[in-house]
Write a protein that binds this ligand. Structure first.
Ligand SMILES: [Zn+2]
Ligand SMILES: [Zn+2]
Length: 312
């Protein structure tokens, strides 16, 4: 006896954010994507945002989705068979008059419902616009393979800019709180730049563009050296001498706030030539200064968008 394969297409319901869950068979990690465009659904490969494995979209179906689809297909088949059988029984009743033959129905098997998981970061790809969500922060776009390092850094620039605007509007209400917020904006954007550096270092290593270990982007000279080596790109050249000095000074100010309670020391003066600063006094920090610093970081991110270091 030969078996017959019946194919039933069961569409997967997106969650309330419009995402469909995916599970990588290579690294066993979970992520979500917005539905793929209809015509590409069957044929398109997806790249795992975590491990970079590249497989047909169907291979990323989760166990929960499989249980759901099987139970739904089973229900549809039983329902169709029952309808066909019901019509025959009706015909039989009519033709013979045996009214005591009754076709009674038992409940259909239940559909195995499931919920997609909550993830930590939602990303819209800078390159192709595809939307996906992951645990952690940094990832590959499942559709075009672009690393999201630039998107994440630009988004952090936006967040800090909004926070600066908000702080400015509440400046007069509480001066101490305002200064604290400015310091945290500066610290946040330096941390974001450092996280970006860490991520693109891992990427450069995976592409055999770099042999050295990670050296923190909290030091702008490290960032300059790294980008020259891996992307043939110089921050210093792009900025010009004035902005480059300003850029380095912002990192030194952040260092003072993090490690010296914001008090100027001799080393700060040697490194920055900051004419306004006096040893033993608080270093100044303005909202305009941080806004300019954030703008310069966004300029680096934008310049690296098309870099071979981060291309798919
Ligand atoms: Zn994977
Ligand atoms: Zn993409």
């Amino acid at each position: 006896m030969t078996g017959r394969t019946i194919k039933i297409a069961i569409p997967l319901p997106p969650d309330e954010g419009g995402y469909i869950g995916r599970n990588c068979k290579n690294c066993q990690n979970y992520f979500k994507t917005k539905p793929l465009p209809g015509s590409l659904r069957e044929s398109q490969n997806l790249k795992c945002p975590y491990c970079g494995s590249n497989d047909p979209a169907d291979n990323y179906t989760t166990e929960d989705q499989l249980h759901y689809a099987r139970s739904k297909a089973m229900r549809q088949m039983i329902d169709q068979a029952r309808n066909r059988l019901g019509k025959r029984v009706d015909k039989f009743n009519r033709s013979t008059g045996y009214g005591h033959i009754r076709h009674t129905s038992t409940p259909l098997p239940p559909v195995r419902r499931y919920e997609e998981k909550e993830l930590e970061t939602a990303v819209s790809c800078e390159h192709c616009g595809f939307e996906y969500a992951v645990y952690g922060v940094y990832a590959y776009c499942p559709r075009c393979g672009t690393r999201n390092s630039v998107s994440i850094l630009l988004r952090n620039c936006e967040i800090v800019t909004k926070e600066l605007d908000r702080s400015e509007s509440q400046k007069e209400a509480d001066r101490d709180l305002y200064e604290r917020r400015l310091r945290s904006c500066l610290t946040d954007i330096v941390s974001s730049f450092d996280g970006f550096g860490r991520d693109i270092t891992i990427e450069a290593k995976s592409r055999d563009l770099l042999v050295n270990d990670f050296r923190s982007f909290q030091n702008p000279e490290n960032a300059e050296k790294f980008l020259k080596e891996t992307a043939g790109f110089s921050i210093q050249e792009m900025f010009g001498p004035e902005d480059w000095s300003f850029f380095k000074r912002c990192f030194e100010k952040r260092h003072l706030f993090t490690h010296k309670s914001g008090i100027v020391d001799a080393l700060y003066l040697t490194k920055t030539n900051d004419r306004e600063a006096v040893v033993g006094r608080k270093v100044s920090l303005t909202s305009a200064e941080i806004a300019k610093f954030v703008g310069l970081i966004a300029k680096i991110a934008t310049a690296l968008k098309e870099s071979p270091l981060l291309s798919p």
